[in-house]
Design a binder for this molecule. Structure first.
Ligand code: FES
Length: 660
């Protein structure tokens, strides 16, 4: 053990990246990585339970708490969990590829623009193009000795002549430079207004606020952002509000991921000293990075972005806004606010125009956030008479059922398996993730597809569903998720984690290690799908329907878009209904945020929809527990509820294992 006196500092050198950082003697290596900006996968938030933060100590002395996440062989190679390891000397640390939170691979640009016409007669997904953030060009009558009212009175008088601007509120900041601005281009100015929509039944009319005055005609430079703040990734679109189009799009990991993969871990992190501030800064930095990327791509300066329309789950929004989140996870699970007032972006440290405000899509409950309201309204669920089910499948599963007359919602914690968490070789859906897999029933050999056709690096959620469905259909595993032990295939073997199936051998992978799916992984996926399905069944029954009554099922979320419906039914994640009833709607949250920036009507509809949704709390619901227990089989304890799967399985997968 290295000696060191109190106050001794050690230098930690991280590779790849050639990054040095100083830590106190005994400093935690996960904290050191955070300090150094090294993006380590720490999905459990540092509790030691996920095993994703493994590093290799190439040089130097450390002290480690040993957990079952590090095998004896790994330990001998110098592999440690960063969160369980403390520095006792200068160190050289290698972060292996499987422990890195890759950043660039999820960033994508969209060159194709989505255009809606400025013509107010043309609709934005059925609504009038009417951005809440607008620029108007005005020519004022200059003052004279006979008419020497103040600059502001003159401006207000002219504004009142504009349609819909009888009453206007003035933001003090917007008039600071008014005398020069009015005179700079001979009393010709562009004024920017922000309209806050009325809340049917709550506020009687929209409020309009003057937020900026500029010399000359600047109407063509009117930009906004639509942002989806997801637990795993943050996605944004840069919008041209003059032409009504998307100019550029970017996505990046939510910087909070280094504090934990799910919302509960992040709320827990906020209880640490300085935790809330660190967690808020992490997502603000992510948003600022995205703004930089959008700006470089589009040649629009960040200071030209005057408005942000934002959707996210309730926890993400509260963390971004710096609002204490702890009561969200304590019974009776109350959020700070369903509908937040607008807030100045600058007050949160978001680097756009000083006058830019953020409007947030309204939430329903602690676990049914503005992301769901945005998606439900964007998908038109509040306008249809058909009985519709909306599902956002992920770590936090969210489900809404109803139509234009009524809606009910429920949320369930499925755990991180759908996003690759708590899966031995799980990863999120980035380059190199196995996203598809077919198992040949004749020889039990897999055929795998990876994202961007890279060498495999791990398994993402959609791949996991494919693999488990394939293992079930070929009879390699039983309906309880256990391997048939007498299968004769080089792919099926017994290891320290029990039985496993080899998807790719070391020589074929990026990591230089075999990629396998273990019996423990399968059990984790079964628990995740059981939670989603039980949530769905409990909600559907609570409103007096059966799954067969559902006319349309809308699958939302980036992960959802890549699910193979048939195989999701095979494992019992989705009900056994004709595939024609399912529809992918993509990222409903981002679409909703964009539509809210293009049309004030959208925000009004979202507020109405949020108020009409009745939320069913599942965490203390007895029916949910019963449904959950029944769903802990593939596809389900009651296979009769899955007739198409029953017909596909080898004799209902009740026969004894085959020999090959
Ligand atoms: S095991 Fe270290 S962060 Fe999860």
């Amino acid at each position: 053990m290295a000696k060191g006196s109190i106050g001794t500092k050690y230098k930690i050198h991280f590779e790849p990246g050639n990054i040095d950082v100083d830590v106190e003697q005994g400093g935690n290596l996960l904290d050191a990585a955070l300090l150094a900006g090294v993006k380590l996968n720490a999905s459990c938030g540092g509790t030691g339970s996920c095993g994703n933060c493994k590093i290799i100590i190439e040089k130097g002395t450390v002290e480690s708490t040993r957990t079952d996440k590090v095998t004896e062989a790994e330990y001998q190679q110098g592999i440690r969990q960063a969160c369980q390891t403390r520095a006792l000397s200068d160190l050289r640390v290698i972060v292996p590829v499987e422990s890195q939170l890759s950043k660039h691979s999820i960033i994508h640009k969209r060159k194709q623009t989505t255009t809606v016409s400025r013509d107010s007669a043309v609709n934005v997904a059925g609504r009038q193009f009417h951005p809440p953030f607008q620029k108007r060009y005005l020519e004022l009558v200059p003052p004279t000795l006979q008419d020497n009212t103040s600059d502001l009175s003159r401006l207000k008088k002219r504004l009142r002549q504009e349609p819909g601007l009888k009453q206007i509120f003035i933001d003090f900041e917007s008039i600071k430079g008014l005398p020069q601005i009015l005179r700079q281009q001979d009393w010709k100015v562009t004024v920017t207004t922000l309209e806050l929509p009325d809340d049917p039944g709550i506020t009687p009319a929209s409020q309009i606020q003057l937020v900026q005055t500029e010399p000359g005609d600047t109407r063509e430079r009117n930009f906004a952002l639509a942002i989806d703040v997801g637990t795993t990734t943050v996605k944004a679109q840069l919008l041209d509000l003059y032409r009504g189009k998307v100019i550029s799009e970017y996505a990046e990991y939510n910087g909070q991921a280094i504090f934990g993969a799910d919302v509960i871990t992040r709320i827990a992190y906020c209880t640490k000293p300085g935790g809330s501030k660190r967690i808020q800064s992490a997502v603000v930095n992510t948003i600022n990075n995205i703004i930089q990327c959008l700006s470089i791509d589009s040649k629009v300066k960040p200071v030209e972005i005057g408005y942000i329309s934002l959707a996210g789950n309730t926890v993400m929004v509260q963390l971004l806004m710096g609002i204490e989140p702890k009561y969200i996870r304590l019974s009776p699970y109350v959020p700070a606010a369903s509908s937040l007032p607008t807030v100045k972006a600058a007050s949160l440290g978001i680097r756009v125009a000083d006058h830019a405000f953020i409007s947030t899509l309204p939430a329903v409950a602690s676990y049914i956030g503005g992301d769901i309201t945005a998606g439900v309204v964007a998908a038109g669920m509040d306008k249809t008479e058909r009985l519709t089910l909306y599902m956002d499948i992920g770590t936090n599963g969210q489900i809404v059922i109803g139509n234009s007359d009524w809606m009910a919602s429920a949320a369930c914690s499925a755990g991180p398996a759908f996003e690759g968490g708590e899966i031995k070789h799980g990863m999120i859906a980035v380059e190199g993730a196995i996203e598809k897999c077919t198992i040949n029933p004749a020889n039990l050999e897999p055929e795998i597809n990876t994202i961007n056709n890279q060498k495999p690096r791990g398994i993402c959620g959609s791949g996991l569903i494919n693999i488990v469905a394939g293992l079930l259909e070929t009879g390699i595993i039983e309906r309880n998720g256990h391997f048939h032990t007498d299968i004769e295939s080089r792919r099926v073997r017994h290891s320290i984690d029990g039985y496993e199936y080899v998807l790719a051998y070391a020589g074929e992978t990026q990591t230089g290690k075999d990629i396998v799916i273990t019996e423990i992984d399968i059990a984790n996926l079964i628990r995740a799908k059981a939670a989603m399905y039980a949530g769905l069944m409990t909600l559907v029954k609570s409103v007096g329907f059966k799954t067969g009554d559902i006319q349309d099922i809308l699958i939302a979320g980036a992960f959802g878009s890549f699910i193979d419906i048939k195989q999701a039914i095979t494992i019992g994640l989705l009900p056994d209904l004709p595939t024609s009833r399912f529809r992918f709607i993509g990222n409903g949250s981002l679409t909703g945020a964009r539509l809210a920036a293009f049309s004030i009507d959208f925000m009004m509809q979202a507020k109405k929809a949020a108020r009409m949704m009745t939320n069913l709390e599942l965490s203390e619901n007895g029916d949910f527990m019963n449904n959950y227990m029944a769903a802990l089989f593939l596809p389900h304890t009651h296979i009769e509820d899955f007739p198409s799967v029953k017909a596909r399985l080898p004799e209902g997968n009740t026969r004894s294992a085959r020999r090959y």
